[in-house]
Structures are given as C-alpha cells and as structure tokens.
Design a protein around this ligand. Structure first.
Ligand SMILES: Cc1cc2nc3c(=O)[nH]c(=O)nc-3n(C[C@H](O)[C@H](O)[C@H](O)COP(=O)(O)OP(=O)(O)OC[C@H]3O[C@@H](n4cnc5c(N)ncnc54)[C@H](O)[C@@H]3O)c2cc1C
Ligand code: HEM
Length: 370
C-alpha cells in the first residue's frame, strides 16, 4: 500500500462513524456555495443523500490503482455530462468535501491528511474532466422513444427503445436511463442486444422493492414515451482475440448483457462453444428462456442450462446457479461472463475461485456493490 493510500484509509477512520452527518454537511456546503447546483440533483435527495459522496470516497480510496481506474474515470466523466456537470463544478464539490472532512474529523485531522485527500480528489477530477472533454462530439445524453414494452412476469418487463441520434455501444455494455416519472434520477441498465442497424436497444428490467426507476420502467412506461439515455459504460465485452470457449452465468435480468453477447456471437462465432447458465427464483423469472432455447436450437455451439432455486416442480436444474455451474465443470480453460444481483455474482465468483479459474478470465457486472 502506498503512503497516499495509507493516509487516505487512516484518515477515513476518523469520520467513518459520522457518515450520515458528513453527507448532510457536504451537500449543505455544496448547495450553499453554489445554489444552482441543487438543480442537477434529484428531487428525492433523502433517498439519494450519499450517492455522490459515497462514490467520491470510494474513488479517492482506490486512487492507488490508476491504470485500472483510468478508463472507468474517463467514462464516468463522460457520463457526468448527462447531469450537466461543468469542469468548474469539480472545484465546488472538492471544497465541500474537504470542508466536511475537516469538520467531522476533529482534532486528529492533520495537514498530511488534508493534502492526501485534495491530491487524490484532484487526480480523479482531472481524469473525469478529460473524459468529458474527449466526448464533446456526442450529445450529453440521448432522447429515445419507447417502441415496445412487454410485461413478462409480475416484476419483469422487456422493452425496446430507439435513440433519436446514433448511440454507439458494444454488446455487454450498459447505459443509464432516466424517465419522465422520476426526473434527474438515473439508473444503469444493460443493453440486451448487440448493436443493430436501426440503432434500437432492448432492456430487461426487474422492478425491485421500493425501487424508483425500475418500478417506473416496469409499471409506468408505455410505447410512445420518451426516455433519456446516458453514455455507454462497462467492460464486460467480448475479447474477439480469445479462442477460448465461453461460460455465461446469468441471474434474473442479469441475462440482459449475456443475451447481447450471445447475439454478437451469432454474427461471427463458428469455433467457440458457449455454455449459458440462467438461474432465477422460479420459472416466471426465467422470463426469456424460450428465446434462449430457440437460439440454442439454431446455433450448435450454444447450450443453455436453466435453474430455479425456489420452484420444486421446475423441469430443469434446482439450486443456486453458482452451484449448478460448479456441478457442470471443470472449466479450466474457459472465459467467463457473470451478471446478476450482487449476491449471485459474489457466490459465482467464490465458486470459480474454488475451481481455480484465473480471475483474469472472468468479466462480471453486479447490479450493486459486490
Ligand atoms: C452495471 C449494472 C447493470 C445493471 N443492469 C440492469 C439490468 O439490465 N436490468 C435490471 O433490472 N437492473 C439492472 N441493474 C440494476 C439497476 O441499475 C438498479 O439498481 C435497479 O433497477 C434498482 O433501481 P431503482 O431506482 O428501482 O431502486 P432504488 O430506488 O435505487 O432502490 C430502492 C430500494 O431497493 C433496493 N434495491 C436496489 N437494487 C436492488 C436489487 N437489485 N435487488 C433488491 N433490492 C434492491 C435498494 O437497496 C433500496 O432499498 C444494473 C446495475 C448495474 C450496476
Ligand atoms: C471526483 C469527482 C466525482 C466522482 C468520483 C463522482 C462519481 C459519481 C458516481 C459514481 C455517481 C453515481 C452515478 C450513478 O449512480 O449513476 C455520481 C452521481 C452524481 N454526481 Fe458525481 N462524481 C464526481 C463529481 C461530481 C461533480 C463535480 C458533480 C457536479 C455537481 C457531480 C454530480 C453528480 C450528480 C448530480 C449525481 C447524481 C446524484 C444522485 O443521483 O443522487 N459529480 N457521481
């Protein structure tokens, strides 16, 4: 661990206990110093309170790994164009962060700690600003029309949207989405198709608990509605130079990016075997299995195994999808794509580690913090 990293981690322990108060203070400072900034944030700040602050703290604490974060920060900066963030805002946010830290750390805060946080923040802000500036040929966000919307189960909808301007992305990537029902509230969803000539994108969305955006997308959005899309992000894309066979592990709507990858392979693949494991609680949640089975019937290199964890009469595998993957192994020489809830991704990564699959061969997207 570098000295900078040690200082950041050590100093964070001084404020960690007061995170809620730190967040309130941070936002109050920021909006007081620059009241116009309030309009960039969602109305429901109570739910959202620590989204930005939490993200900055995580980014600052991982500043030691610049190569890994370079690309992420650039695309995050590009993505921030959708919030109408301008380069000068970074200073306002940075000062509010520093003021909040100083206020809550108490007597033990030192000049060294102060310097470490401002240095780390500056590095990150520079990369994000550079990412945004490199993207000026694209719009800050894309208006898109909902062409098709189908409820596939109580909580799951499949929809197709068409951006009014071309939106270039790669199979396996995700974009953020905002609806008119929850203005300024953006959440990311994976495109469920490889890029098409007509530019349309499919999304598979599950409405979670009291989820703001997912509920609107599943229960309120209708064909003809306009939504907004942010810039594509994510690294879970196909390495076309690899000749390894592939294992895809999808939980619920985690199938979306996997389906996009399969679709990409239907255009070029002749040589790689692709094994898809699709798991869900019950058969209703295997909302796209019929389509997967049709693809498997058409492409000899594709096989599909479906599993339910809570549906004893389901005519397929039973149990958690990560256990099923282990049962079908070994998978020593495969590339892996894993996508789904944080719990499902975590347990699959654990299984793969136990099976000694090298981490470098695994790409994954978790629908939350792993
Ligand atoms: C890289 C990535 C790709 C994603 N792709 C998809 C996708 O293709 N399809 C899709 O349906 N979702 C996807 N998600 C999840 C999506 O971004 C949202 O997090 C999710 O829809 C919840 O947003 P919300 O506004 O409805 O809920 P929020 O208002 O953010 O949350 C409301 C409540 O629900 C809880 N909650 C949030 N997420 C979950 C969850 N997954 N399970 C249980 N409780 C939860 C929260 O803790 C909170 O208490 C993806 C996430 C990531 C990070
Ligand atoms: C080091 C600098 C920054 C980092 C690492 C950072 C990171 C992030 C991340 C990861 C998110 C969550 C994205 C999402 O859920 O879609 C976010 C949200 C957001 N950021 Fe930033 N950001 C930074 C600077 C800024 C600045 C300068 C502004 C301008 C005011 C800003 C405005 C926002 C807004 C408006 C949101 C949405 C908040 C919400 O939904 O609650 N960010 N940021």
């Amino acid at each position: 661990m570098s000295n900078l990293s040690r200082l950041l981690k050590e100093s964070w322990t001084l404020v960690e206990e007061h995170q809620d108060k730190l967040a309130s203070y941070f936002y109050a400072r920021m909006f007081l110093n620059n009241p116009q900034l309030r309009d960039l944030f969602p109305v429901q700040m109570d739910v959202q309170r620590s989204r930005l602050l939490g993200a900055i703290v995580t980014a600052v604490q991982t500043v030691d790994d610049p190569e890994h974060f370079e690309e992420y920060l650039q695309s995050l900066g590009r993505d921030h164009r959708k919030f109408h963030v301008q380069p000068e805002h970074y200073e306002v946010v940075g000062s509010a962060l520093m003021e909040a830290l100083r206020t809550f750390a108490g007597d033990q805060w030192s000049i060294e700690f102060d310097q470490a946080w401002s240095d780390a923040y500056a590095v990150i802000a520079d990369k994000m600003i550079a990412g945004a500036e490199a993207d000026l040929s694209n719009p800050p966000y894309w208006h898109a029309e909902v062409l098709y919307h189908e409820r596939r189960s109580r909580d799951i909808a499949v929809m197709t949207v068409k951006p009014l301007q071309p939106l270039e992305y790669r199979a396996g990537q995700y974009v953020s989405v905002e609806t008119k029902y929850q203005p300024r509230l953006w959440r990311v969803y994976s495109a469920a198709n490889a890029p098409r000539k007509d530019g349309s994108l499919d999304f598979h969305v599950r409405a979670v608990g009291a989820g703001w955006v997912s509920s609107a997308l599943v229960r309120r959005v209708r064909p003809g509605d306009m939504i907004r899309l942010g810039a594509p992000m994510g690294q879970m894309t196909l390495d076309r130079r690899s000749t390894r066979d592939i294992v895809c592990v999808a939980g619920g709507t985690g199938l979306a990016p996997i389906k996009a990858l399969i679709e990409e392979m239907t255009r070029a693949n002749r040589t790689r075997w692709v094994h898809v494991f699709f798991g869900a609680k019950d058969r209703d949640d295997l909302y796209d299995l019929a389509c997967l089975n049709r693809l498997a019937a058409r492409y000899p290199w594709l096989s599909v195994v479906a599993a339910t964890s809570d549906d004893p009469d389901f005519p397929g595998e039973h149990g958690n999808v990560s256990d099923i993957v282990a049962r079908y192994g070994p998978w020593r020489d495969h590339d892996f794509f894993v996508s789904g809830s944080p719990t499902m991704v975590k347990s699959t990564l654990r299984t793969l580690a136990e099976m000694q699959v090298p981490a470098i061969r695994i790409k994954y997207d978790a629908f939350g913090d792993v």
